[in-house]
Design a protein. Structure first.
Length: 430
């Protein structure tokens, strides 16, 4: 069972990229299974900071093959820019080291404009999407009207015709909503250049993975966003359009459950969220500002993709418990514990109070969740700088108690904790 699935346990932005990079050191393949360039994974290696949106976070290891799976939606133009940007920074990216599934779907300029139009039409009920065309691309996929990356392997004229037709269909919708039409010919030209560049990278990745697993290769599955943004299991409709949960890894790559050995959940040591939707532990004021940071550092709580400040709050164990239930975590990993240093008292939301009823799992509807009041448990904080700790026993007693209590409340072991943005700033239990 050589497959490890790494899942965001909250609303995304948990710091999955640095853990994928860490796990990739002992893997043969890192495979991304969902989402598009609405994701933002940051990896810090010594003085260099890399921000990825589409390419898996294992790309920084020379002997690792990176796979973009069939569950993804891909903007070809942006992918070419990301590849060339990494190549300019000295990262080798070749068709032998990066494989793109022929079954992944393409985000067209029409999808991006449609995304903007829909979000504008929602007004005060806007979901807070990244406006990258993700939702409309998945909608075309399920509506059997999408264009797949494998279509870029056809002759360019046929691919151009399919792209042209897709844009013309969307133009009708844009005009109805009072927006300007797209020029199909201009859009097609840019996409044809991208198709020519990307052709050598496109293969049937499910067959590649099948053969690799038969040969005993170790695979790390990397998701985007987090459990609470899952189209089925998140706080609908304030969700993404894909499945960032463990089930999404299997369908998004074409691998079977019997190959899975570990399902690892990644959670921040506090809660953050971008965009709309209920957040029962959200804070305002000095503590929220400390958790968020100023935006001057890449690890501050501002979106990698959008730059938007994230909403911050105490750690929501009710939501974590739920993430454990729908993913079956074998272990959880915490990030950003160093940010909590200097706070006198820390709080954990261990339950919700909703209409006079106490709940240990989140309610079904957003209306109930909006009325939920967090029931807190208070723990001692610590003042020490823990960024230099590398072993669990080196952490202050209060920090150890904080981690142990989260593990106890979620009934899942926590053996790995990040205490800074660098590759080696990890605390491990003996």
């Amino acid at each position: 069972m050589p497959v490890t699935i790494l899942i965001g346990a909250q609303w995304g932005d948990e710091g999955k990229g640095r853990y994928v990079d860490w796990l990739a050191a002992s893997a043969d393949i890192v495979a991304r299974y969902a989402g598009g360039d609405n994701a933002g994974h940051t990896v810090a290696i010594e003085e260099d900071v890399y921000k990825l949106h589409l390419i898996p976070s294992g790309v920084f290891h020379d002997d690792v093959v990176s796979i973009m799976g069939n569950g993804m939606v891909v903007n070809p133009v942006n992918l070419v820019k990301e590849i060339k940007g990494l190549q300019a920074m000295g990262i080798e990216i070749t068709p032998e080291r990066l494989l793109i599934s022929s079954r992944a779907h393409i985000i067209t300029p029409a999808h991006i404009e449609l995304d903007k139009a829909k979000e504008l039409a929602r007004g005060t009920k806007a979901i807070g999407t990244t406006l990258r065309g993700i939702g409309p691309a998945y909608l075309d996929k399920t509506g059997r009207a999408g264009i797949r990356t494998g279509d870029m392997l056809l002759d360019l004229e046929t691919f151009a015709e399919r792209l042209y037709e897709a844009i013309e269909r969307t133009n009708e919708t844009l005009v109805k909503q009072g927006m300007e039409k797209l020029n199909p010919q201009e859009a097609a030209l840019e996409y044809l250049d991208a198709a020519t560049f990307l052709k050598p990278f496109i293969v049937d990745t499910s067959i590649y993975l099948y053969k690799a697993l038969k040969d005993g290769k170790k695979v790390v599955c990397e998701g985007a966003q987090g459990t609470l943004l899952d189209i089925d299991h998140g706080s609908y409709p304030y969700v993404t359009s894909s499945s960032p949960t463990a089930g999404g890894a299997l369908t998004g790559l074409g691998v079977g459950p019997l190959d899975v050995e570990h399902v690892l959940g990644v959670a921040k040591s506090f809660s953050t969220r971008v965009g709309g939707g209920p957040m029962p532990t959200e804070l305002e004021g000095d503590i929220a500002d400390q958790l968020r940071g100023t935006g001057e550092n890449f690890w501050d709580e501002f979106g990698t993709t959008t730059g938007r400040p994230r909403r911050c709050g105490w750690l929501d164990v009710v939501m974590l418990r739920y993430a454990v239930s729908v993913n079956g975590f074998s272990e959880m990993m915490l990030t950003k514990m160093d940010i909590l240093s200097g706070i006198d008292e820390l709080k954990l939301a261990v339950a919700y109070e909703v209409d006079g009823e106490q709940m240990e799992f989140p309610p079904v509807t957003n209306e109930q969740l909006e009325r939920a009041t967090a029931v807190y448990e208070t723990l001692d904080g610590w003042q020490e700088d823990i960024s230099g700790c590398r072993n669990f026993d080196e952490l202050p007693a209060a920090a150890q108690a904080y981690v142990n209590r989260i593990a106890e409340l979620c009934d899942v072991p926590i053996n790995t904790i990040s205490v800074g943005p660098e590759r080696d700033q990890l605390v491990l239990r003996s």
